[in-house]
Design a protein around this ligand. Structure first.
Ligand SMILES: Cc1cc2nc3c(=O)[nH]c(=O)nc-3n(C[C@H](O)[C@H](O)[C@H](O)COP(=O)(O)OP(=O)(O)OC[C@H]3O[C@@H](n4cnc5c(N)ncnc54)[C@H](O)[C@@H]3O)c2cc1C
Length: 338
């Protein structure tokens, strides 16, 4: 069988926020590079195309604005209304992973830790599109079968190979390690914990008015709610009408089915006194790594360094890094190079 062979200096895994910031900052050095991404595994910033715009799959907020300013983007301060319904303890049971002593999710963290919260003027899916268009580097969408770190060759499904000098990886660290050949790594699952979320998005009208700079977060600390958070924002679609984006996040601890979760979420909105009318869109998906948690501290850092594999981003580092943490880390590593 004829095998396609490619060579590259730096192979960047994942068409992610972190890879694109890394590439945009290091373009001079990375002219001989490729971004290789798994088919059908998007960035958390990717959205859904809908009525000439794109809708974020997740609502994401920032703790400061400088990180966006570095990228030449503007931010808006958000009026962050956080309402806990029920008990903190019950919320903790829904979202905490074994061995984790704090229970915070992103949405609880903002209300406790920061005085101010921001979001970009554009949607996140527009932001990632802009970053990708700036980082003009070849992209390849294919699944990796294996990585041979001693020969520095990646074998793709279908038989093609890529020879590399260095790897920069933003894909889940457990997945990256599981692809390495010739390295003894039997205990991967015992080091990486994660909690999948079912995330439903409803675009509809409701009785309440929500301003452009406002977000309402309901943290659902009562057993009667299976979701952990309901998040309401003004929708940027059809500006004449008061449509809202309603995100419902449900931690999948008991493996409930997607349809069941969506139906239950609609009745939970009713219990919250939110009358959903004139539904324009309903979508839901499972975010496999809704929450991630390291069971041991940096078990493979030394090994990855020895194998010339640099890890970046939330999944690559397997740490709950914020968007600002990611941008700042990539920028400061660039400054060290200069
Ligand atoms: C529910 C939730 C809420 C969040 N809220 C906030 C917030 O409010 N503020 C904030 O700053 N951050 C928030 N974050 C974190 C934020 O999403 C990340 O910090 C940022 O998007 C990560 O960027 P990244 O470059 O690491 O990864 P991403 O841009 O998400 O890219 C991940 C890469 O990994 C690859 N990948 C993922 N899964 C697989 C798989 N199974 N197989 C193969 N490849 C895979 C994808 O192809 C992609 O290239 C939140 C995260 C979650 C899950």
């Amino acid at each position: 069988m004829l095998r396609k062979r490619r060579k590259t200096k730096t192979l960047i895994l994942g068409d992610s926020l972190s890879s694109n910031v890394y590439v945009t900052q290091d373009l001079k050095d990375l002219s001989d590079s490729i971004i290789l991404s798994w088919v059908g595994a998007p960035s958390s910033l990717d959205g859904w195309d809908f009525t000439n715009t794109c809708i974020d799959r997740l609502p994401l907020f920032l703790e400061k604005t400088e990180c966006l300013e570095y990228l030449g983007l503007e931010a808006l301060e958000v009026n962050y209304n956080y309402v806990l319904i029920g008990e903190e303890e019950s919320l903790k049971t829904k979202v905490s992973l074994l061995g984790e002593d704090t229970y915070y999710t992103w949405y609880d963290l903002f209300s406790r830790k920061y005085n101010r919260v921001y979001k970009p003027l554009l949607s996140w899916c527009q932001v990632i599109k802009i970053l990708r268009s700036k980082s003009r580097i070849p992209r390849l969408y294919a699944n990796i079968r294996s990585i041979d770190p001693s020969e520095k060759i990646v074998l793709l499904e279908g038989g093609a190979t890529i020879e590399y000098e260095n790897i920069v990886s933003s894909v889940p660290q457990d997945l990256l390690l599981s692809k390495l050949r010739g390295v003894n790594l039997e205990d991967i699952p015992t080091n990486y914990a994660y909690l999948p979320y079912s995330i439903s998005l409803i675009i509809s009208k409701i009785d309440q008015k929500i301003r452009d700079d406002e977000v309402i977060i309901y943290a659902l600390g009562r057993k009667r709610y299976i979701a952990s958070h309901a998040i309401l924002l003004k929708a940027g679609v059809n500006s004449k009408n008061n449509y809202v984006l309603i995100y419902m996040l449900t931690p999948l601890k008991q493996g409930a089915s997607k349809t069941e979760v969506l139906i239950k979420n609609l009745s939970e909105l009713k219990n919250l006194g939110i009358r959903v009318q004139d539904i324009m869109l309903i979508r839901s998906y499972v975010e496999k790594y809704g929450k991630i948690f390291r069971l041991k501290k940096d078990p493979y850092d030394k090994l990855l360094k020895e194998l010339s594999i640099k890890v970046i981003g939330r999944y690559g580092s397997w740490e709950e890094l914020s968007i600002c943490n990611i941008i700042n880390t990539v920028l400061s590593s660039r400054m060290k190079h200069d």
